[in-house]
Design a protein around this ligand. Structure first.
Ligand code: UDX
Length: 441
């Protein structure tokens, strides 16, 4: 099937490339001509493991192409909208400017009987609005507007697209259902569940799923703080809780708070939608606030571990919001590092992929070209992102390089007993003094 993907960012590029890998003929369209030129030269503008190969294979097979012009979508049976829906600065709502613009442009070139597929994460009811925009601009064309939210994790996006737990499809008519079933037939053939719902249910599923995942993370982070007070070990607690298959062990790793381009944006948008609808989601409101406070609490933990950071050099390993991505959006480091600097610290950082985008966002930090040069001469080491490259450091070498053997591990990469035995002053998350009596309050 001929498919057009409007928007060649994280979601659009991964989705377009994977759909072409299913055998469809896909053109990815983006207004950013430089991005299109780079893609045509085989350069992938984002770091996503495996994407380069999927794109190259399908470009070579003639199934995947790129264009800066919406006219390239002419004749497509399905046109996906995968443009950004950033958070509006003033009120936390999702900004639909790009979505509406795409809908207007599509209305002018879309074929009668085609399907417009909302892939971007949009507030409940946006599908109705897109349908109205297209009907208004192209009254003589029968166009089905469908919701098909993505559940792609950055760094695992290819697998998440090709082996999804489910495909959620919000349709309002039979034509839309038929086309979407044909698009995802390769997945249906291997028993992937295609869940057909109304458009609004589909839009809500995306927000509710992300908010629930964010809640799991925020929950275990709070339990981690409790462990520090009552002497529990958060990794044991998370494992014990997660082994209950009604709960599941994933998204129960304590950390410095969640970031990324989705959790922060989607929880905020859902909160606003619910408040406006007169059904406020107090749990979501609470987790949003708890998450922001946590990032600041992490900075305070570092300052405390160092006995103050004024005039000291802090080595930071990991800046991106999680490993295997170059994405810095809402990364905890963007809150933590400026606080350390405000307290008088000099920060030297290393991140395998994030340095390029971090340079614009954290202008006053220095960048090392590897973990060991990063810690050389520093007064403390802080691990913010759990890249594999930081999981098996030569700890004797790290200790020798540090001016003071202080390590603050915000991802519990290392074992507390081992670090203490090596002579580090080791701070981590949710690992109260083993055997400590519950503190007398
Ligand atoms: C998320 C959803 O997982 C995905 O389904 C949706 O489509 C987009 O948003 P992503 O933002 O790429 O994907 O990252 P994810 O792996 O979900 O992690 C989100 C944040 O939670 C990261 O900051 C991560 O560090 C944090 N996290 C995740 C934890 O702190 N602990 C965990 O156990 C899991």
């Amino acid at each position: 099937m001929r498919i057009a993907m409007v928007g060649a960012g994280y979601v659009g590029l991964v989705s377009g490339a994977c759909l072409s890998d299913f055998g469809h003929e896909v053109v990815c369209i983006d207004k950013d001509a430089d991005k299109i030129e780079a893609l045509r030269r085989g350069q992938i503008p984002i770091f996503e493991p495996g994407l380069q190969e999927v794109v190259a294979n399908n470009v070579r097979a003639g199934r995947l192409s790129f264009s800066p012009d919406i006219k390239a979508a002419k004749g497509a049976k399905a046109i996906f909208i995968a443009v950004g829906t950033p958070t509006k600065a003033d009120d936390g709502q999702a900004d639909l400017t790009y979505v509406r613009a795409a809908a207007r442009e599509i209305a002018d070139i879309v074929n009668d009987g085609a399907v417009v597929v909302m892939k971007s994460t949009v507030p409940v009811g946006t599908g109705d609005e897109i349908e109205a925009i297209i009907a208004d601009r192209a009254p003589l064309k029968r166009v089905s507007v469908v919701s098909n939210p993505e559940f792609l994790r950055e760094g695992a996006a290819i697998d998440d697209f090709k082996q999804p737990d489910r495909v959620v499809i919000g349709v309002e008519d039979e034509d839309g259902r038929k086309v979407m079933r044909e698009i995802y037939r390769p997945l249906e053939l291997n028993q992937t569940a295609l869940l057909f719902t109304s458009r609004r249910s589909s839009e809500l599923i995306k927000y509710a799923a992300n908010a629930y995942l964010a809640m799991k993370v925020a929950f275990i982070n709070e339990i981690s703080d409790l462990c520090e007070q009552v002497g529990g070990d958060i990794q044991d607690v998370a494992r014990g809780v997660g082994l209950d298959n009604r709960i599941g062990y994933r998204f129960l790793n304590a950390g410095p708070g969640f970031g990324g381009s989705c959790f922060p944006k989607d929880t905020l948008a859902l909160m606003k939608i619910a408040k406006e609808a007169g059904a406020p989601l107090r749990l979501v409101e609470t987790l949003v606030e708890a998450n922001e406070n946590r990032k600041l609490a992490m900075a305070r933990k570092i300052v405390k571990a160092c006995g103050g950071v004024k005039g000291k050099t802090i080595a930071v390993l990991g800046l991106t919001f999680k490993p295997n991505t170059d994405d810095m959006r809402s990364a905890p480091s963007l809150t933590i590092v400026p606080v350390l600097q405000a307290e008088g610290a000099r920060v030297v950082a290393f991140d395998p992929e994030g340095a390029k985008s971090a340079k614009e966002l954290l202008p006053d930090i220095e960048f090392a070209d590897g973990p060991y040069s990063c810690v050389q001469g520093a007064d403390a080491l802080v691990i913010i992102t759990e890249w594999d490259a930081f999981r098996a450091l030569d700890l004797a070498r790290v200790k020798a390089a540090l001016r003071q053997p202080i390590v603050v591990d915000l991802r519990n990469i290392y074992r507390r007993e081992e670090m203490i035995a090596l002579g580090f002053h080791y701070e981590s998350l949710g690992r109260g003094r083993r055997g400590d009596k519950a503190r007398r309050s």
